[in-house]
Design a protein around this ligand. Sequence first.
Ligand code: MMA
Ligand code: CA
Length: 236
Amino acid sequence: MAQAMLGTMKVHKLASSVFIGATGILSKGDFKSLDGTDLANTALEYAAGEPNNANNAEDCLAMNEVGALEDVSCSRLLPYFCRKESTKKCRVTHVKSLCKNHGYQWESHTGSCYKFHGAAKTWRLALATCHSEGGHLAIINNEIESKLLKKIYKEHVENIDGAKESRHALIGFRRWDDGEWATIHGESLVNAGFSQWSPSEPNNSGGEKCGSIHDNGLLNDAPCDEPFAFICEISP
Ligand code: MMA
Ligand code: CA
């Protein structure tokens, strides 16, 4: 993988480092890959003097031109590579093993697996937590999925801990800077396939730009900086 990345960097003459899919956002200094692998136990090659957590502000990992790693600020603007498993069969196998490793529940009706996180977090940390497990904040694509999440909600409502309140849980959509509501993958709610707000929502109560699901399975706008339970999804 690193060899292929280095080759591409040379072809495209990238002068700087590139972000790789690992961060220590959730726990400082504990770098984890996006599928939840703890990098402490792997043979990583760091550049000399790295990781140095400069200014106590370096929670992301980047790879330099010779393939060595360094910790960098997550706010830097750097190039990055994406990777997607190529065949459907390969993706499904990969997903099922991730689901197993991280305690997700497989649902044949939607072909995804889900995890209800009762330990409350703010929307951004919820987003990072789902990523660290190889998933994403749940996205509702149809009514079947809305009903399914309502059921999962009911099963776990008693486990909610530290939430500002427990009648809704964060999921993967928000109001972006252009004022439009869209999923974390950039699709409008209508294009994603489900746009049914709970009665009298969105009400922007006290300023609400982040997406959540009410315990009735319908959409709500929620405050981004208050802790709530949240639902992650891993999909092929
Ligand atoms: C209520 C309601 C919502 C609001 C949340 C904030 C449970 O729902 O007023 O519109 O977003 O509270 O927690
Ligand atoms: Ca609301």
